[in-house]
Design a protein around this ligand. Structure first.
Ligand code: BES
Ligand code: MN
Ligand code: ZN
Length: 495
């Protein structure tokens, strides 16, 4: 999709903003005047009040070249923020994507707290996010199912400034696309080996990519991670992606759970819905997408993304419940449930991150527990953090980017729940209580004293069931985490 910014709009379709209460944006008011009040009458006839996502559509408006004029609600004008503009543009794209229209002009006026340049850049962001499709395996799309929209023209008084902002934001959208593609890919196509190959391609953007196989991991003592993958015919991979944008500063390590398919292993999951476990690499996808975003926008920070890629399969050589494994840290784990595998992967990967990179912070993202969906649904990710300052920075970045988190508690009483007489710890508590917290406490056992660390449990947000109400997240895979991480790095680690 092509995106351009210019002062005038001549699309086949035009989209304007209407605030709650029916107030027209300046561009909408100007068009209404050319139509002799026709736009305001259409809005009234549609009983449109300006709520976000409401649309009044005029076809072949008399006196205009355009084939369609869309008045789209943005909610209360004084409360409008960047995300609201993204969704406004997203609604326009959602309506027109397969409509036959090829060229859309978005009249992105400054409104509320959003400047002209910001409104224009964010309209472009929202348009691109909404235009995302995963059609790779659909060989029989009917003509009316194929996207037709090709050109987005954002109409603005601040074209130059908007273009400059968009160049940065667009790199982040590319990262979101990358993460969505990875999560959407089927598990026969995306396995640890092919995932690692896709990450190797990030070197074209200046990211240094190192791939470790099982032999190297065995030498390092990463037996917890290797145990998860030992039932798979695919070789487990550890991929280290380094972006150096800030000289000698200690890096931030972003760590991702990359279980390319989670059957549960010998502790086999029930069959219904198991296909969703192709998304169990959503943490790794978010980290990969963030690395792509950081490189694409030339971030002035040192960031290392590390993902543990494994496939959790039942097999004659698979790990058994009751196995005891020695981790890279030296600590031992009694594996009482082979389906609590994400924490086994992370145990070794966060330790590797600390040993090799002496990071300023370790932030892991993982589709770790079904329990976080019980707690928070698909609206918030669960945040666990041993550093209040880091936690509030993450929460702020998350809210600003529309990828919200909710912090959950940790303490010694929860930690005790993974004690076992047979090893240093067990990988489940064996009780249903506080499942997400127990998972976080387990990872914390592999965080060194004084190391700033956050764990974000994204099991409820890496993908989501339809209907897809937010037009900027139009399919199963959300790409959650890419925006959050890119913004966190920008706000806390770049200056
Ligand atoms: N990948 C799952 C968690 C999950 C569940 C993610 C649903 C997304 C949607 C994880 O590996 C898992 O199986 N966790 C178990 C832990 C339990 C055995 C302690 C779970 O949540 O049931
Ligand atoms: Mn599992
Ligand atoms: Zn899993």
């Amino acid at each position: 999709m092509n995106v351009r910014f210019s002062k005038e709009g001549r699309g086949e379709a035009l989209a304007v903003m209407v605030a709650e209460g029916g107030a027209l944006s300046p561009s909408a008011a100007a068009l209404d005047e050319r139509l002799g009040g026709g736009l305001a009458r259409a809005i009234a006839a549609a009983r449109m009040t300006g709520k976000p996502g409401q649309i009044a559509e005029l076809l072949a408006p008399p006196g205009l070249d355009a084939s369609r004029l869309l008045a789209i609600g943005v909610g209360p004008a004084d409360k409008l923020q960047a995300l609201g503009v993204e969704r406004w543009a997203g609604h326009a794209v959602k309506r027109l994507l397969t409509s036959g229209v090829q060229k859309l002009s978005l009249f992105a006026d400054a409104l509320g707290g959003v400047s002209a340049a910001e409104a224009a850049a964010k309209a472009a962001v929202g348009a691109r996010l909404a235009a995302y499709r995963f059609d790779l395996y659909r060989t029989k799309l009917k003509p009316d199912q194929e996207p037709t929209l090709r050109d987005i023209q954002v109409v603005t008084d601040a074209a130059k400034a908007a273009q400059a902002r968009f160049e940065v934001d667009n790199a982040v959208v590319d990262g979101v696309y990358f993460a969505r593609d990875l999560v959407n890919e089927p598990p026969n196509v995306l396995h640890p080996e092919s995932f690692a190959e896709r990450l190797a391609a990030l070197s074209e953007l200046g990211v240094e990519v190192k791939i470790l196989g099982e032999t190297e991991m065995r030498k390092l003592g990463m037996n917890a991670m290797l145990g998860v993958g030992q039932g798979s015919v695919r070789e487990s991979k550890l991929v280290v992606m380094s972006w150096k944008g800030a000289g000698k500063a200690a890096p931030v390590c972003l760590v991702g759970k990359g279980v390319t398919f989670d059957t549960g292993g010998i502790s086999l999951k029930p069959g219904a819905g198991m296909d969703e476990m192709k998304g169990d690499m959503g943490g790794a996808a978010a980290v990969a997408g963030a690395m792509k975003a950081l490189a694409g926008r030339n971030a002035k920070a040192n960031v290392v993304g590390i993902v543990g890629l494994v496939e959790n399969m039942p097999d004659g050589s698979a790990q058994r419940p009751g196995d005891i494994v020695a981790t890279m840290s030296g600590q031992t784990i009694e594996v009482l449930n082979t389906d609590a595998e994400g924490r086994l992967v992370l145990a070794d990967v966060v330790w590797y991150a600390q040993e090799k990179h002496k990071p300023a912070a370790v932030i892991d993202l993982a589709t770790l527990t079904g329990a976080v969906i019980i707690s928070l649904g698909h609206e918030h990710a669960g945040l666990f953090c041993n550093d209040d300052d880091l936690a509030s920075s993450i929460a702020a970045a998350a809210a600003a980017e529309g990828e919200p988190v909710w912090r959950l508690p940790m303490n010694a009483a929860y930690d005790k729940m993974i004690d076992t007489p047979n090893a240093d710890m067990k990988n489940i508590s064996g009780k249903p209580a506080a499942g997400s917290i127990v998972g976080a406490q387990f990872i914390k056992r592999f965080i060194k004293d004084g190391q700033a660390w956050a764990h974000i449990d994204i099991a409820g947000v890496a993908w989501k069931p339809g209907p897809y109400e937010d037009p900027t997240s139009p399919c199963w895979a959300t790409g959650y985490g890419v925006r959050l991480l890119s913004r966190l790095i920008a706000d806390k680690y770049e200056n």
